[in-house]
Design a protein around this ligand. Structure first.
Ligand code: SAH
Length: 414
């Protein structure tokens, strides 16, 4: 199957960008596979023809008979994810398994001796295996597929995965479903079994020497926000001697327990989900920290900040890690407004001499965009400086041309 690209899309593929949007197909993509339709045996039109999700396609453009190979997605706005830009080897499960082995071997080196049993084994596009995310939680691995193109490959990839991961102590493999598995399942389980002994619903992993409960069955992402690992360690170091710490959007309390272990007097965790606090409290106990010495508030963060300000409460270390406010480019102006409102409210309860850690996990908000929501006018103060700007850790690698992969900003102001 051949897919002929526009000049713009071809240039992006040459730079190593792994996505071809439907409008990057010459002829506007008409003739490309219509939803769900598949007519095998028919001669294929130039632009993807009767391709089905998972089919290998060869990419070409004006003056470039071979640009690369990718997999077709009949449903998503991303029509092709590019796997290779060279003729050899051919794109089959062995070629993909080799890429995976490289990704796993890198982690062996990165995480040796770090007392860390949870990390991203494969970051999809960033590890040059587009759309395939695999997270390790100790003896369990959770697979997530973005789009549909790798779903038909999963059966063929699974033996390779089981072998390569088994050799590293992973016994069970699960698949993160996009929606709860059974409709009407009040518990809302989102984890399907693929291989090995049944996966536990919940387990403790270790992260930089800290125990952390992970809810595999119902948690967010594949269970935890592994991308904040290094930033949690940074918060631990920043917490020494702090009297009152505020962790907004605390989820399972990763930053909270880091602050408590780092020596903070009292840590207040705020999240709208009460189940997250129950998990956080188990994590506190597992680390020998009494949750009763700290505070867990189920509330909207904006409401909480307003009330805290009215009460005259002040904090000397604040972490703010909200969900993505900008899921799309279109949502960007509104998202910037939301970050501004949040940061104005946060700055009102930050002590003079305090530290503010502000995070954004939206790829549509660049670092400069985000910093503009932390300027003096927004914070209504002139005493803070940027101490550091951090991003995502090495197990969430990206590609130079794939800016969409660089989503995490973690700004430390003091
Ligand atoms: N900092 C966490 C990840 C945060 S994820 C970590 O390191 O693990 C975002 C969290 O924000 C979720 O737990 C969600 O329940 C919570 N949330 C979303 N909207 C909220 C709101 N308006 N107020 C408070 N919490 C909110």
């Amino acid at each position: 199957m051949r897919v002929h690209l526009t000049a713009t899309a071809a240039a992006a593929v040459r730079r190593g960008h792994p996505w071809v949007y439907r409008d990057g197909i010459a002829g506007g993509g008409e003739g490309a596979a219509r939803r769900g339709e598949r007519r095998r045996g028919e001669s294929a039109p130039r632009a993807g023809g009767a391709a089905a999700s998972g089919d290998v396609v060869e990419l070409s453009a004006e003056g470039a008979p071979f640009l690369g190979r990718g997999l077709w997605d009949a449903e998503s706005a991303i029509a092709v994810r590019v796997f290779q830009r060279t003729q050899a080897p051919k794109l089959d499960e062995r070629a993909i398994a080799e890429r995976l082995e490289r990704a796993f071997a890198l982690r062996d080196g990165w995480f040796a001796g770090r007392d860390t049993t949870a990390y991203r084994l494969c970051n999809g596009e960033g590890d040059r295996v587009p759309s395939l995310v695999i997270d390790r939680y100790d003896r369990a691995a959770v697979v997530r597929l973005d789009g549909d193109m790798l779903a038909p490959w999963l059966d063929r990839l699974l033996p390779h995965l089981a072998r390569a991961l088994g050799a590293r102590g992973v016994r069970s493999i699960g698949l993160r479903a996009r929606a709860p598995l059974a409709s009407g399942d009040a518990e809302g389980k989102k984890l399907a079994h693929l291989h090995g002994p049944p996966l536990p619903d919940r387990l403790f992993v270790r992260e930089s020497g800290v125990a952390m409960e992970v809810d595999l069955a119902r948690g967010q992402k594949t269970g935890a926000f592994l991308d904040q690992r290094d930033n949690r360690a940074r918060v631990r170091a920043l917490a020494a001697g702090r009297r009152r710490v505020l962790n907004l959007f605390s989820y399972a309390g990763g930053f909270s327990v880091a602050a408590a272990l780092g020596g903070a007097g009292r840590v207040t965790s705020v999240d709208s989900a009460s189940a997250a606090h129950a998990s956080a409290q188990r994590t506190f106990r597992e680390n020998g920290v009494d949750p009763a010495a700290h505070e867990f508030v189920t509330a909207d963060a904006f409401d909480f900040l307003e009330k805290a300000h009215a009460r005259g409460d002040r904090y000397d270390l604040i972490i703010s890690d909200p969900p993505s406010f900008a899921p799309s480019e279109r949502a960007k102006p509104r998202a910037l407004g939301a970050y501004r409102r949040l940061h104005t409210a946060v700055a009102r309860v930050l002590d003079r001499g305090g530290v503010l850690c502000a995070a954004s996990c939206s790829s549509h908000i660049t670092a400069e965009d985000f910093l503009a929501t932390l300027d003096d006018a927004t914070l209504e103060r002139d005493d803070l400086r940027i101490r550091a700007i951090h991003g995502q850790p090495e197990d969430h690698p990206t590609l130079p041309a794939w800016w969409e992969g660089r989503y995490l900003k973690f700004v430390v102001l003091e």
